[in-house]
Structures are given as structure tokens and as C-alpha cells.
Design a protein around this ligand. Structure first.
Ligand code: ZN
Length: 402
């Protein structure tokens, strides 16, 4: 067994694992304060070394990142490619799961999956070791040994249009749906706005000079004022600000202002959703719709506090949703009904005394059904690579009502 030592002294926070070799299967092992890479002979059929082959992992990841942009995930999250077998790695079968448990991992091995997409990231807190005593670490080791890539979209899917929250609301007759908080457009690269007054005539020459600069938008806002003056404004990146300041010294400009700008929000993208229904429904009807949509026989319900509240009366016009744990996202939102996976006792009390009924369906029950929609989206998106996308039949919420 050949041992390759690296990373010493050892301070290794494992968030993304990238191992390199196309001839061997590898595992990562801790020896003292060093991490060693053990080269093992292959026991499973290896991916071909032809990097141009269809279904190459890098190409698949590019597609996934486009569909579920990492930039839209929450800052605290750990999304994207989490386990990367040594290159080249081709993907012909992808298993979708809400949670990557040992049982689901065995299912992936039995299905000969080359990649697992786990909605919840199986690596979340930084790992300091990869040992058999911890069930999550054990899965990561097995993924490397079996050459199975792991990808997690998590809160990117919460934010994107037609993501998990839009799916959760899709069972209702929605007149309009809005994110509870918006996300900035990650593609919009400008951070500053420059505005100034300049003599009419000089502005054209200044604009020509600015057009030669990199990182300055080619779109100028020009307003002709009285007294032969022009108000000129444009946007640029932070790196261009100093150069623009120097350029303006060559012109007779008045009131130059550099201000930081917020990036424009992406329409329909953001955390949580609030729906205005086409017509009012009763709480009992809402419960019926949720049970059918999520294929559940039971949900937990808290009715809005008030002497006149009637579960059969059509008094629900707005629904706020957050797949998974909705406490922080739904807190303070004005809606007739909250729909989420889980909330604490005290948060439920606050909600019903502030006029919102609550339906709780357990954390992953509010997310899992979305995988069927994601399967369709991925099958279409990865069509050119012939990837067989399937949804786990074993994955289930750990809590049962008995
Ligand atoms: Zn969740």
C-alpha cells in the first residue's frame, strides 16, 4: 500500500473533498497529526479517463450550479459539490434524496449510482477527522471508497424560482406569490453609482473617456438641465472608483457623488414565499390540500386565536410558507396561515396569538415531495448527458405519528 503524506502540520477542515487520480480508488486516513491518502486497487468499474465523455462530473456540476446557483444559498449553508471522486468521473446514474442516511447510501450503491444529490448537505459542520465511529463521517469515507460524488443544493433550492417553496405552494389556487425576502442578482457586478453636473457639450467627451474604462457600465443616464448644464450618472465597480475620480479632475464637474448601491433583486427569487389566494378557503380545506399534496395522513395544526375563529369558515386568504424549519423566516410575517415543517412551541403560540393559524408537517415532509419535481427538471437539464435521475425510495422523515 503506497502512502502519500501531505498537509502537515495538520489543520484540515473538510468541506469539499477533491482527490486526484484516475487509476486508483482512494481513501483518506488520519495518521497522528497528518492526513494520508491510501491508494487502493479498484473494486468497482472505474469511470473512463476520457474527460470529453458525456456525463463528466464537471459538466454535470456546471449544469447543477446553473439550475441551483450557489450564490443564492444562505451564507451559513454548505452547498454545491461536497465530495468529488478523483477525475475523470462520469455520471450515468444520480440518486436524489432529502437526507443522506446510511440506508440511502446503501440504496445508491445497489443502484450503482455515480452521484448522490442530497437536498440537506451531509457535510455541514467542518469535519476534523474521517472515522468509522461517526455515522456521517463513515458515509463520506464510503462515498470516496465507492467513487460516488455528493452534491447538495439546500438553500439554493429554497430561493430559486420553481424551487421547494414554490412547489409547496403549488397545491393552492394562488393569485400571486412573492418571496418573503428577496435575493440580489448575483450576476449584477456593479457596486457604485457616480453622479455629477457638467457643462452641456463636455459630457459627451467625458462619456467617451469613461467608455474606455473597464468595469464601468456602458449605460449613461443623461438629463439636460437649465443653464447649459447636464446631470450625468452611471454605475461602476469598486475597483474603477479611484480611476474615475482621477479622470474627473481633468473636467470641470460639479457635485460629483460616489455612492454605494444595492444590487437589483431577482424577481420571484428569495427566501420563503407568501401567497395571496384566488379565493378564500377554510383552515380545514387547507389541511386537506396539504395532506393530499404531501401524501400525509396526519399534520399538526394550531388554529388562530380568537373567539370567532371557525375552522370551516372561509377565512384564509394569505399563506406564508417555508419548507423545513420556518421559525426565523416566518416570524412576524402577516398571513392568515403559516405552512412549514417545524416550529417551536413558543413560536407557534406567538403565531396564533398574532392571527396566523399554523400547519406543521415535520421538517423533511415539507421538502421531500419537491424531489419529484427536481427529478423532472434535472432529467430535462441533463438530457444531453443521458443521466438517469431517480428519487430514493428509502429516504423518509425520522418522525412518525403513532
Ligand atoms: Zn430542511
Amino acid at each position: 500500500m503506497e502512502m502519500i503524506k501531505f498537509l502537515t502540520p495538520f489543520r484540515f477542515y473538510l468541506n469539499n473533498i477533491c482527490l486526484q487520480s484516475c487509476h486508483v480508488r482512494q481513501t483518506v486516513q488520519l495518521v497522528g497529526n497528518q492526513i494520508t491518502l491510501n491508494r487502493l486497487h479498484k473494486s468497482r468499474k472505474m469511470s473512463t479517463c476520457n474527460t470529453e465523455e458525456k456525463g463528466n462530473l464537471q459538466k454535470i456540476v456546471l449544469k447543477l450550479n446553473k439550475l441551483m446557483p450557489i450564490a443564492l444559498a444562505e451564507d451559513w449553508d454548505n452547498v454545491g459539490l461536497l465530495v468529488e471522486p478523483s477525475s475523470p468521473h462520469n455520471v450515468s446514474k444520480m440518486l436524489l434524496t432529502n437526507d443522506l442516511t446510511p440506508e440511502v447510501f446503501e440504496e445508491a450503491v445497489n443502484l450503482k449510482a455515480d452521484m448522490i444529490l442530497s437536498y440537506h448537505p451531509p457535510i455541514f459542520s467542518p469535519l476534523k477527522r474521517l472515522c468509522q465511529s461517526d455515522w456521517k463521517q463513515k458515509i463520506v469515507v464510503k462515498a470516496i471508497e465507492n467513487r460516488i460524488a455528493i452534491y447538495s443544493p439546500h438553500t439554493s433550492c429554497d430561493s430559486i424560482k420553481d424551487g421547494v417553496n414554490d412547489w409547496l405552494l403549488s397545491a393552492f389556487d394562488n393569485e400571486s406569490v412573492m418571496p418573503l425576502s428577496t435575493k440580489d442578482d448575483p450576476e449584477f457586478c456593479y457596486s457604485h453609482k457616480v453622479s455629477l453636473l457638467i457643462a452641456n457639450g463636455d459630457h459627451a467627451k467625458l462619456m467617451e473617456s469613461l467608455k474606455a474604462f473597464q468595469n464601468v457600465s456602458s449605460i449613461f443616464n443623461v438629463t439636460t438641465l437649465e443653464q447649459e448644464k447636464v446631470h450625468l450618472s452611471f454605475v461602476c465597480t469598486k475597483s474603477a472608483v479611484a480611476k474615475i475620480g482621477c479622470l474627473l479632475l481633468e473636467y470641470n464637474v460639479e457635485n460629483p457623488v460616489f455612492s454605494e448601491i444595492q444590487k437589483p433583486p431577482l424577481p420571484g427569487v428569495g427566501v420563503g414565499r407568501i401567497s395571496k389566494l384566488g379565493s378564500k378557503i377554510s383552515l380545514n380545506k387547507a389541511v386537506e390540500i396539504v395532506k393530499e399534496h404531501l401524501k400525509l395522513s396526519h399534520v399538526r395544526v394550531a388554529t388562530s386565536h380568537g373567539p370567532d375563529f371557525n375552522c370551516d369558515a372561509e377565512n384564509i386568504k394569505s399563506i406564508a410558507v417555508c419548507a423545513g424549519a420556518g421559525t426565523s423566516v416566518l416570524r412576524g410575517v402577516k398571513a392568515d396561515l403559516y405552512l412549514t415543517g417545524e416550529m417551536s412551541h413558543h413560536e407557534v403560540l406567538s403565531a396564533i396569538h398574532n392571527g396566523s393559524s399554523v400547519i406543521l408537517c415535520e421538517h423533511s415532509n415539507s421538502e421531500r415531495g419537491y424531489l419529484s419535481l427536481l427529478k423532472e427538471q434535472l432529467t430535462t437539464s441533463l438530457q444531453e448527458y443521458n443521466v438517469d435521475v431517480c428519487v430514493s425510495e428509502i429516504d423518509a422523515d425520522p418522525l412518525k405519528i403513532v
